[in-house]
Design a protein around this ligand. Structure first.
Ligand SMILES: [Zn+2]
Length: 322
C-alpha cells in the first residue's frame, strides 16, 4: 500500500495550490487575476438564528501593513501570519464584512463598509443588489462604531444612502467623532473618520444615539463592547434558543484571539481595547458563543475556543446563499 504522507500528497498538487493559492498561477487569464471588486460576483453566506436569516455580505478587503499592530513588532506579526499560511507581502488581509438581518418583516443592516475609502472596497451595493434589494428597502442600519470602514457606505455622492433607514450609533461615538477639539488633535489617519462622522450626523436626521444596552427590535439587542472606540458596540441576535453576536472589531485576524495585548493602530485608547478583549475572549470561549466579526476571513462567522489553555478562532458552519 502506498504511503500517504503529507509530502507525497503535496507532490501531486500543482504548485499554486501547495503555495496556498495566494499567487495566481502563471497562465491564468490576466482579467481574472486583476478584476476589480466591481466586476466580481460578491460572495454571500447565510445562517439561520431561529426566525432570523443573517446574510454575510462583504464590501471588499484591504491589507494592513505588519507595522499596524502595536504591542508586537512587524517581524512578530509577519511570523504569526506565516505560521497561519496567510503572510502576504502587503500585510494582514482584513475583510470588511457586513451583516443583513431579516425576520420576514424587518431588514436591518449591521455596518456599511468603507465604500472605496480604503483598499479594494465598494462591493456592498452589488452584494445587496445580488439579494434583489434596493437601499430604500433597508429599515435600519446599526453602525457598530464611527470608523470609516464601518460607516463609509452610509453616504454616497454627498447624499444619505439609506433614505428610509433608522440609524443607530452609540452616543459615546457620536459625541467623540463630532468633537472639534478631538478632531483637531487626532492623527491624519483618523481624519477621514471625523469627516465622515460629520456627514453622517448632518445627512441622517433620524439618527438615534444609543445609551447602553437595549433591544432595538424583538430579538435584536445592543451589547456594550467599549474599548476599540468609546462607543464600540456589538449586536446580539437571539431567537428560539439560538444566538449570534456581531462583535465588530473585538478581534482581528492573525493576532487575535491568541493574545489580548496586541492592538490595531486605529485604537486610540489601547488600554481600554485590551481590557475589553481580556474580559470578552474568556467569556466567549466559556459560552461557546457564535460570533460574527467584521475583519475575520469571510463570512467572519466563528467562535473563540480555548484549546489547552490557548485561545484560537474556530470557523463556524454556514451555508451558501440559496
Ligand atoms: Zn474595523
Amino acid at each position: 500500500m502506498a504511503q500517504f504522507s503529507r509530502r507525497a500528497f503535496a507532490a501531486g498538487l500543482p504548485l499554486a495550490v501547495v503555495g496556498g493559492g495566494l499567487v495566481p498561477p502563471a497562465g491564468l487569464a490576466p482579467g481574472l487575476a486583476a478584476a476589480p471588486p466591481a466586476a466580481r460576483v460578491p460572495p454571500l453566506a447565510q445562517i439561520r438564528i431561529g426566525r432570523f436569516t443573517v446574510t454575510a455580505l462583504t464590501d471588499g478587503y484591504a491589507d494592513m501593513p505588519y507595522t499596524f499592530f502595536p504591542g508586537r513588532s512587524a517581524a512578530e506579526v509577519e511570523h504569526a501570519a506565516a505560521a497561519q499560511f496567510v503572510a502576504r507581502p502587503s500585510g494582514v488581509r482584513f475583510v470588511f464584512n457586513q451583516y443583513l438581518v431579516e425576520d420576514g418583516e424587518h431588514k436591518i443592516l449591521i455596518d456599511a463598509g468603507p465604500a472605496g475609502s480604503i483598499g479594494q472596497t465598494g462591493a456592498l451595493p452589488q452584494a445587496l443588489a445580488a439579494l434583489g434589494l434596493r437601499n430604500d428597502q433597508i429599515d435600519a442600519v446599526i453602525v457598530t462604531h464611527m470608523h470609516q470602514d464601518h460607516m463609509g457606505g452610509l453616504v454616497a455622492g454627498g447624499q444619505n444612502n439609506f433614505p428610509r433607514a433608522e440609524l443607530y450609533i452609540d452616543r459615546r461615538d457620536v459625541t467623540h467623532w463630532t468633537d472639534p477639539a478631538r478632531r483637531s488633535g487626532a492623527p491624519d489617519y483618523l481624519q477621514t473618520s471625523f469627516r465622515m462622522a460629520a456627514d453622517v450626523v448632518r445627512l441622517y436626521p433620524r439618527l438615534q444615539a444609543i445609551d447602553g444596552p437595549r433591544e432595538i427590535a424583538r430579538g435584536i439587542s445592543i451589547v456594550d463592547l467599549t474599548g476599540h472606540t468609546p462607543g464600540h458596540i456589538g449586536v446580539r441576535i437571539e431567537d428560539a434558543g439560538r444566538s449570534l453576536i456581531m462583535v465588530s472589531d473585538m478581534l482581528f485576524p492573525v493576532v487575535h484571539p491568541a493574545a489580548t495585548d496586541v492592538n490595531f493602530l486605529f485604537e486610540q485608547d489601547r488600554a481600554a481595547a485590551q481590557a475589553m478583549r481580556d474580559r470578552f475572549f474568556p467569556v466567549a470561549a466559556a459560552e461557546g458563543a457564535l460570533i460574527a466579526a467584521t475583519h475575520m476571513p469571510f463570512p467572519g462567522l466563528g467562535r473563540v475556543v480555548s484549546d489547552r489553555g490557548r485561545m484560537r478562532w474556530q470557523v463556524a458552519d454556514w451555508a451558501l446563499q440559496a
